[in-house]
Write a protein that binds this ligand. Structure first.
Ligand SMILES: [Zn+2]
Length: 378
């Protein structure tokens, strides 16, 4: 994609005794140039060590050990980019112009992160990891899958019945259960031991503990690879993608569902306004639509689907997390098991839902949903 960078306007700055540097980015799009960013000061701020620090929002702020922090280059191209601003956890983020990607530019090392993810589903994102939760997930799996935008889109592109389905970062297996209900042969990978134990013990699916590379899955062995809320997490994003494309069979589908870094814009001013840099502070990079298109080209994939959608879930995010359990163990699930009550229950909940102000999943641009197809003949 043609990208041009013009540097102009050298003169004294208002705040710093350094050279004023104005940078404009323009991109040829449909035969005309469109400004991607306003003149921005983040280069100069980076030089001065005066990064804007975003205020806390998410109550869960990881305390990264200072001795574990190391400078980090762009996880896709390996270039150095200047820090733009600082998240509430103190980690700086940078923007790579080459890859159209926001990323944490000084991050905890790999071992610290692996340790940090141990117990993730008990402490950071507490969930009731019991047979009751597994039963609830299974009870609503087919209904949930049919209402899930990602599975609806996957179903339109390929049949899931009998397909080999890998969920990388499967967590407690919510998507594995849905794919299984649609007839797929499912496998999970996750770095959190308690998640893998729950999925294999209570849901009965094969899981691999660790990174995708640790699983050592055969080449061309999967028809669908799901990465829901995953690609924003690992330090080694390139390693993850290389391994995924090796494992994915020709004509196979790779699904990204991730925070949309494109919603942060490309300037310091727009980035400061984006809520994504203030929540879920274990995230290490933020893909944009442009970066997905770039990756598709680099990995010889076609883009089957690319959409920004959804709004951030911020309810009670400023309070300590309470332990959750799957839907279906709630009042609605209990009532449905009482004979004769189902019809009254449905009418009541239908009335309540109609009276609510509906925010549809497709409102907003907080997330990026993309499906890539690996080229080749099946
Ligand atoms: Zn880059």
């Amino acid at each position: 994609m043609p990208l041009r960078c013009l540097m102009a306007g050298i003169g004294p700055p208002h705040r710093f005794r350094t050279i004023r540097l104005r940078i404009y980015f323009k991109r040829l799009e449909h035969g005309r140039e469109r400004a991607l960013a306003r003149p921005c000061w983040f280069w100069m701020n980076a030089q001065q060590g005066e990064l804007p620090r975003l205020p806390p929002l998410d109550a869960r702020i990881p305390q990264w050990p200072p001795q574990s922090l190391v400078d980090r280059k762009c996880p896709l191209c390996g270039r150095n980019n200047p820090h733009v601003l600082s998240r509430p956890d103190g980690l700086p983020v940078a923007y790579c112009l080459q890859c159209n990607l926001w990323y944490v530019s000084r991050a905890p090392d790999e071992n610290t992160l692996i340790d940090w993810y141990r117990g993730y589903w008990r402490t950071f994102r507490p969930y009731e990891l019991t047979a009751r939760t597994a039963a609830a997930l299974r009870r609503t799996a087919l209904e949930d899958a049919k209402g899930d935008l990602r599975f609806k889109r996957l179903g339109a592109l390929s049949t899931l019945q009998g397909s080999r389905f890998l969920d990388v970062g499967c967590g407690i297996g919510v998507d594995l259960v849905k794919a299984d209900a649609l007839g797929a042969k499912v496998t999970g990978v996750d770095i959190a031991p308690e998640a893998c134990a729950f999925v294999s013990r209570h849901l009965g699916f094969k899981t691999n503990l660790g990174n995708l590379e640790d699983a050592q899955l055969p080449s061309d062995s999967m028809d669908v690879i799901m990465m829901a809320d995953l690609v924003e997490h690992p330090l080694g994003l390139r390693r993850l993608l290389d391994e995924s494309l090796r494992i994915l069979a020709p004509r196979g589908l790779l699904v990204f569902w991730t925070p949309n870094g494109g919603a942060a814009g490309t300037s310091c001013e727009t980035a400061k306004e984006w809520v994504g840099f203030r929540v879920d502070l274990e995230h290490m990079q933020y893909l944009t639509a442009d970066s997905v298109v770039l990756l598709a080209g680099q990995y010889s994939c076609t883009v089957e689907h690319l959409e920004s959608l959804d709004t951030p879930k911020l309810d009670d995010i400023d309070r300590p997390q309470v332990c959750k359990r799957a839907q279906g163990t709630t009042l609605r699930g209990s009532l449905s098991r009482i004979p004769g009550v189902r019809r009254i229950r449905n009418a009541a909940f239908s009335f309540i839902e109609k009276s609510e102000v509906k925010v549809t999943e497709r409102d907003g641009n907080f997330r990026l949903f993309s499906i890539l197809r690996k080229k080749g003949s099946a």
